[in-house]
Ligand binder design. Structure first.
Ligand code: 5GP
Length: 185
């Protein structure tokens, strides 16, 4: 458990900025254009996998121009510190029947791939009209199951990252950029 009792403790945990706010903003414009092109005016349901994707979802939904509804579900990957244990649970489900919707799953980061493989498998069984996955970050070197997003904004090396919705023990989600977490202090 990290000991954070002051702004100094908090700042010490931010090792270096990997992706700036400006780079994120520019990549979201491009991702939104791809989504607009795929759906070509057809309405979509953006599904955010909480909690980490909530900031990305908020910006992405304002960048697309196709009619869009939003939905939330919560899938928890169990972590021991900064290491995935491989266990995934759906802790909060969508509030509607998704058959009849074009679904776009909005994820913060794909690491081992287990969370999204599970979530996509569950949602496909509910017969949506179509399903695409957009992820802000991808760490392909960490994959343990075969899974790729349709749209990836940034591919990053094997580091534990925080900010722009991503946490470490629930802190750092409010940083406007993506940073590497300092495990050494
Ligand atoms: P996966 O199931 O692909 O291993 O993990 C996906 C989930 O693990 C993400 O939605 C995220 O909650 C968490 N995760 C994976 N890598 C990182 C990371 O570098 N930083 C943070 N904050 N969370 C991560």
């Amino acid at each position: 458990m990290q000991q954070i009792n002051s702004v100094e403790d908090f700042n010490r945990k931010i090792k270096n900025v990997l992706i700036t706010k400006e780079e994120i903003d520019a990549a979201i414009v491009e991702a939104a254009k791809k989504i607009d092109a795929i759906y070509d005016g057809r309405p979509i349901l953006l599904v955010s996998v909480l909690k980490g994707a909530f900031v990305f979802m908020a910006d992405l939904c304002r960048a697309v121009t196709v009619p869009c509804e939003i939905g939330f579900m919560c899938a928890k990957s169990y972590y021991a510190g900064t290491t995935s244990t491989g266990k995934v649970a759906i802790t909060m489900d969508l509030d509607r029947d998704v058959s009849g919707y074009h679904l776009v799953i909005v994820e913060d980061i794909i690491d081992t791939g287990r969370t999204l493989k599970e979530v996509v498998g569950i949602l496909k069984e509910r017969n949506p009209l179509s399903l695409h996955v957009v992820t802000l970050l991808d760490k392909p070197s960490r994959r343990v199951v075969d899974f790729d997003a349709d749209i990836t904004l940034f591919t990053i090396p094997d580091a534990f990252v925080i900010g722009y919705g991503l946490d470490c023990d629930e802190l750092f989600r409010n940083l406007p950029y993506i940073a590497e977490y300092n495990t050494e202090t």
